[in-house]
Design a protein around this ligand. Structure first.
Ligand SMILES: Cc1cc2nc3c(=O)[nH]c(=O)nc-3n(C[C@H](O)[C@H](O)[C@H](O)COP(=O)(O)OP(=O)(O)OC[C@H]3O[C@@H](n4cnc5c(N)ncnc54)[C@H](O)[C@@H]3O)c2cc1C
Length: 471
């Protein structure tokens, strides 16, 4: 992966909104949902498409296509946009990625396709691939164009997909196109998994998930939403209806990291906090918010707190910017919106009687490398100070769905991730396949799409007798 470029929205002449103004919009709804990457209109899309050099060819695919985990033929769809062939562009995208409209909004394009764009290497602004992809898919859906691809005839085999997140939806689409009867089960009332319930609202609230789901229904996929597989018996009953089961169950709740005082009012776990604001129940954050963590979720939560009206938002991270797992361009964007990063700090305990009023914070220093290869943070004695707060959000990662997974006999986990054959997605239980966060430990939507597709092809290979298991 290339070195991360400067945050594109911080570049001049980008045609994107001013970050500070967007995050501090006096209209609370617009502040929260105002899009970081707003849609292109027809004229902008064609002009942007003409900037593409359409590099790559039969012997060497374009760098943007190589960088796309979903294998989208990027120059191919951009060329179609330039020629005004929106339906063709959408078909190219959706054939490779049934969540092409969602990924156009939520992908970290800065480190994927756009980061690989040859214009970027030449010191110019890369082609706005994400927004062009969004334009093509949105327009196709909007104009009622039908980019659904022809099906292969039904083959009489059935697959149960557990989880309607990106991995499950991608797997279901690929299998349905290959002639399988697919039923997708999800405990939630809506499809999308974390896209619907966790990804920041300034990237995507809901749309275009309903249209993407509709397209799967047209392909023949059956959905059973609001259906929680909550017992070994229910799992067995679902598995009995199918020749293979795909586990697209993602990860579970926030990791159980405890701090003294974490049951005080005003202390949130990240997923509950984000789900509340994405489903219209805005958490009252007050003036001062502390976010604990160093991943992309912590940065998202901090930016959301700014949009909810907090005046001082501080991210407490126990290492330095160099070790922070969050994308650098997103840290830069958060800083531009007014988020303060307190490097080398960690909470000792949360203070207050009924409601949280402060965090006792301690400074850290970096010692020897730990098992992860990163230098281990160590507390510096005598450096404690009180950070006054109205709200604390703990964003320290998610844990695996341990209880559910133990109902599958012989299923092996390593460090909480389901062990699988990387070429087929097959687990150590031969009828179960996996992809997405449950297997990779938490990555991106487009990575989950890629793994859902791999597992669908693996299921096809194994059910047609050409497969192999995991040793
Ligand atoms: C706060 C946050 C922000 C993120 N932001 C981005 C971003 O901007 N861009 C990006 O690319 N990625 C982002 N990600 C990562 C991305 O959302 C995930 O990598 C992706 O959603 C994983 O897809 P999945 O299908 O594996 O799992 P999930 O999206 O978690 O979907 C799993 C689904 O399975 C269902 N399920 C689980 N168990 C059961 C059961 N027993 N019965 C029925 N249903 C069940 C769940 O309810 C859920 O709907 C973010 C993640 C988080 C936490």
């Amino acid at each position: 992966m290339r070195a991360e470029p400067i945050a594109p929205s911080l570049r001049k002449g980008r045609g994107r909104p001013d970050l500070w103004a967007l995050a501090h919009d006096p209209d609370p709804e617009r502040a929260l949902t105002g899009e970081l990457k707003p849609p292109l209109d027809d004229r902008e899309a064609v002009m942007e498409a003409f900037r593409c050099l359409e590099c790559g060819g039969p012997y060497a695919p374009a760098p943007c296509t190589v960088a796309c985990p979903a294998d989208i033929d990027v120059p191919g769809f951009i060329g179609a946009v330039a020629r005004g062939q929106v339906e063709r562009a959408a078909a190219i995208i959706l054939e490779a990625n049934p969540l092409g409209g969602t990924c156009a909004r939520v992908c970290p394009t800065e480190v994927l396709c756009e980061g690989a764009c040859v214009l970027e290497a030449a010191g110019q602004r890369p082609v706005d691939i994400g927004r062009l992809q969004r334009y093509a898919v949105d327009q196709a859906f909007l104009r009622g164009l039908d980019p659904v691809l022809p099906e292969r005839p039904p083959n009489g085999r059935r697959v149960a997909v557990i989880g309607a997140g990106p991995a499950g939806l991608a797997c279901a689409a690929e299998l349905a196109r290959a002639g399988y009867a697919v039923t997708v089960y999800d405990e939630r009332p809506e499809v999308g998994g974390l896209v619907r319930y966790a990804i920041a609202p300034y990237r995507q609230v809901r749309d275009p998930l309903p249209a993407e789901m509709e397209r799967l229904v047209t392909l023949g996929v059956t959905f059973r939403l609001g259906f929680r597989i909550d017992s070994p018996e229910r799992l067995a009953a679902v598995a009995d209806t199918a020749d293979a089961v795909f586990l697209g169950v993602g990860l579970g709740e926030d990791a159980d990291v405890r701090y003294e005082g974490d049951t005080l009012e005003g202390v949130w776990k990240s997923l509950a906090f984000i789900e509340a604001l994405k489903t219209g129940r805005r958490p009252p954050v007050g003036e001062r918010v502390a976010v604990v963590g160093g991943g992309n979720t912590a940065v998202d939560v901090a930016r959301e707190a700014v949009r909810l009206g907090a005046r001082e938002v501080t991210v407490l991270y126990r290492r330095t910017a160099a070790e922070m797992p969050a994308f650098r361009h997103e840290v830069a964007e958060a800083e531009a919106e007014g988020v303060h990063f307190a490097w080398l700090t960690q909470p000792v305990r949360l203070l207050g009687t009924r409601r949280v009023t402060g965090v006792l914070v301690q400074y850290m220093r970096l010692g020897e490398p730990d098992a992860s290869g990163r230098r281990r943070p160590e507390p510096v004695p005598g450096t404690e100070f009180v950070l006054p707060v109205d709200t604390v959000v703990l964003a320290v990662g998610q844990r695996p769905r341990a209880e559910f997974l133990q109902w599958i006999p012989g299923l092996r986990l390593e460090h909480g991730r389901i062990v699988r054959d990387p070429e087929t997605g097959q687990t150590t239980h031969p009828r179960y396949f996996v992809g997405g966060d449950a297997a990779n430990g938490g990555a991106t939507v487009v990575e989950a799409v890629r793994e859902g597709k791999i597992a669908a092809r693996g299921i096809d290979r194994v059910l047609s007798g050409a497969g192999r298991g995991v040793s």
